[in-house]
Structures are given as C-alpha cells and as structure tokens.
Design a protein around this ligand. Structure first.
Ligand code: C5P
Length: 410
C-alpha cells in the first residue's frame, strides 16, 4: 500500500526511551510512500543518534542547535519557517511530558518547539504520540496540558498500556510503530461517516456438535475487518461482531467476539437499534447441528458413524433488515454474497430476497483468505463493478458509496 504517497512529514523526536521506536516509525512512514524530515531535541539525541535517523530517513537530521539563525544549511537561515511550511504534518514521536508542557505555553527555545509554534496552524496538523511513565501520564498537569493542546488544534494519538522501561506497569507507553502508522493513515482519510455508528459482522461462525467438534467455513474475516477499519478511518463509531478469526482488531474499533450464529444474532440485535449502518460480511453457517452433545460423541466400536441432524440458523441480515429501524430507512443495511458462479444474477436475487438497498457480490474462491478481492455492487438500479484491489482499498470505496447513499458525506 502507498497510503502516504506524496505526503511529507516532519518527524520530531523528544527525550524518552521510546526514541528507539521512532527509528521503526520513520521506516514505516517511508515504506508507506511518505518523505520524512527528522528533527531532534538535545535530549532525544542522547537516546538515539542522528546518524541512525539520517540513514533511515535519507536526509540530514536537524538537531537542537540548528535553531533559527544558527543554521548554515538554509539560505535564509530560518529552518523553523522552511521545515514547517514544507510539511503536510508534524508528528512528534515520542512526545515527552516536558515537550507537551512547552507546546502548551508556546515556548520556542530550540528548533522543534520553535517550528511547532511557527507552523501554519490551519494547514499543517500537529500530531503527538506521548510517551512517559504512568505517574507522569496520569498527573493532572499532563492531563490538563493535553486537554488544552487538543483545544489548540493538536491531535493526540493516545498511549499504550503495559510494561514500561522504568519497571512499572500502566498507561503511558508510546504506541507501537504499526499502530501509529494506522493512526496517521486514518488521520488523512476523508471523514465521510463522521459520528455515524456502523455495525459490522465478520468472519465465519462455528456451530458446535459437542465440546470438541463443530462445523464452520473458510471465511477469514479479512473483508469485514477491512470495512471496519475503513469505517473507523472515515470517522464512524464502529462495532465489529467477529466470529472465530485470527485477525488484529483495527485501531479504535469495538470488537465483540462470538462463536455461533445465535451468539452473532444476539450481539447484532443488541447494537442494531443504536446503529446507522449495518454491514453483514459474516459467512454465517446456514445450519447447525440440531443437538449439541454435552460430552464428546465417542466411537462406539460398531463401525457405525453417528447421524447428525441439522437445523436452520437464524438469518441475521434478514432479521435486521426487517426491523422497524431498517424499514424506516434509519438503519442502512448492506449484505454480502459469496458465490461460485453467475454472480450478477445470484446477487440481484439475494438483494431482493433480503429486502436491502445494497448487496455486495464476490466470488468465494477469489476472496476467501486473500488480501485482495473484487466486488460487484448491486442496487435496485443495476450493478457496478469495483475492480480487483486490496480489501482495504475496496472497503474504503464501499464506505464512500455508503456515505453517499446515506447522505452522510461530509
Ligand atoms: O443468505 P445468504 O448466506 O445467501 O446471504 C448472505 C448475506 O446474508 C451476507 O451478508 C451474510 O452476512 C448474511 N447472512 C446472515 N445470517 C445468515 C446467513 C447470511 O446475516 N444466517
């Protein structure tokens, strides 16, 4: 992916052990297509050398002594002006408690805080990835400073929780580079569903026969998880009801893990009344064993296999689509159809059967487990193809489509 192609960042490092993670973050930004100008405070230079950051960014690093008037590299001697105007965003990672306090007061006694103050505030966003000991993080002064910085048009990317270099455990760790990258990419996505509540089902279901066995299918959940990520990037509040899959939860998404279709139905019905959009990507098992044995079904030595009777599972999408909220148009329902052949005809028929405004068709063998896919959008007026692309790219296109159809486009 090249989600940051053409974007130029000032990556600022301040004093903290998390500086070692900034090296990986720099690489990640560049791999995603960005260019990066590193600026380090004097304290940051004690944790990681400018040589490392220069090698990774491919540009000489600006350090604490390169402040206005002291820098021979810039024709006008004003790196704080030049660097802050070239950037599409300034990202401070790690951002120390001290540096936040400095930003809050508009202090400018070295290059990094100087260029933050000099940035054109309406055009160049400032993003902070705080990193500090848990007591420092929880301190009222830090919390107060952050609230004020947010009010001053600064975006605070949050912190992680866990074991800290100081030996304590709690909140305040810098987010990991892949998490920061996801947040930065999300920051630049258009907020097409700002404030909307989106409910998504994803993955297979598992229908137990006994405590050991059951039936399921090959759905990987990747398409549904990509849609959850795209919706979150678009500013929606996202709830993801996930069957058994081995996927990381997209940043900022509330995930509810379920196993069976009935559990998925229950979780979905709990959230549907609060939602504006419902996207059913889950490959729900059509049938479940009629009876679930409490104990393992044993071979009895007769050579006779047990007979398993099946019963039909509830249709989650149909149930939601028939609810008053969906019927009144307050809840926009989107279904998926995985077919092996005659996609257009099957998808059209399925949309009508489910009574939903939009159905997305895909070919099972061309999507299950893969990172890319191709989609067919079917509505009452006809069908439109979204050509083969990564599931995340397709998910963003689908979210834009949903935003347009629900009139939510910001
Ligand atoms: O009914 P069918 O499986 O052909 O339709 C697929 C669509 O219906 C998908 O959106 C799927 O998530 C949803 N579905 C459901 N509950 C079921 C079966 C399918 O929500 N029991």
């Amino acid at each position: 992916m090249n989600d940051l192609a053409g974007k130029h960042f000032v990556l600022g490092l301040t004093g903290g052990i998390a500086c070692y993670k900034a090296a990986e973050l720099c690489r990640a930004l560049i791999k995603e297509g960005a260019t990066v100008q590193v600026v380090m405070t004097e304290a940051a230079e004690r944790f990681i050398t400018p040589v490392t950051m220069q090698a990774l960014s491919g540009r000489p690093v600006y350090g604490s002594h390169d402040a206005s008037g002291f820098d021979g590299r810039e024709a006008n001697g004003m790196p704080h002006i030049n660097l802050s105007r070239e950037a599409d965003a300034i990202l401070i990672a790690p951002c120390s408690a001290d540096f936040m306090a400095k930003l809050l007061h508009g202090r400018a006694d070295e290059l990094l805080s100087l260029l933050c103050l000099a940035r054109p505030i309406a055009r160049v966003p400032l993003l902070l990835a705080p990193a500090m000991n848990r007591e420092m993080w929880a301190h009222p002064a830090t919390q107060r400073n952050m609230a004020q910085l947010a009010a001053d048009s600064t975006t605070i990317l949050g912190v992680g929780s866990g074991f800290q270099a100081c030996g304590e455990t709690g909140d305040g760790r810098m987010l990991e580079p892949p998490q920061l990258l996801q947040d930065v990419v999300a920051f630049f996505q258009p907020k097409l569903l700002a404030g909307k509540r989106v409910l998504i089902t994803a993955g297979p279901t598992f229908e137990a026969m006994d405590p050991i066995r059951g039936i399921t299918n090959h759905s990987s959940g990747k398409m549904g998880f990509a849609i959850a990520r795209a919706a979150q990037e678009a500013g929606a509040v996202v709830t993801l009801v996930a069957g058994p899959v081995h996927l990381e939860t997209p940043r900022g998404v509330e995930r509810i893990d379920v196993k069976s279709a009935r559990q998925m139905l229950e979780a979905t019905l709990r959230h549907a009344p609060l939602s504006d959009v419902f996207v059913a990507t889950a490959a729900v098992a059509d049938w479940r064993p009629a009876a679930e044995s409490e104990q393992k079904i044993k071979k009895d030595g007769t050579g006779q296999a047990p007979t398993v009777a099946f019963t039909e599972n509830p249709d989650i999408l149909l149930t939601v689509a028939q609810s008053e909220r969906a019927q009144s148009g307050a809840l926009f329902c989107v279904g998926f159809a995985a077919e092996t052949n005659d996609l257009a005809a099957h998808a059209k028929a399925k949309r009508e059967r489910k009574g939903i405004p939009l159905l997305v068709g895909n070919i099972g063998q061309l999507t299950f487990g893969l990172d890319d896919n191709q989609l067919l959008l079917v509505d009452k007026d006809g069908a439109r193809e979204l050509p083969r692309a990564s599931k995340l790219v397709l998910a963003r296109q689908l979210i834009a489509e949903i935003a347009q159809r629900t009139g939510a486009t910001a």
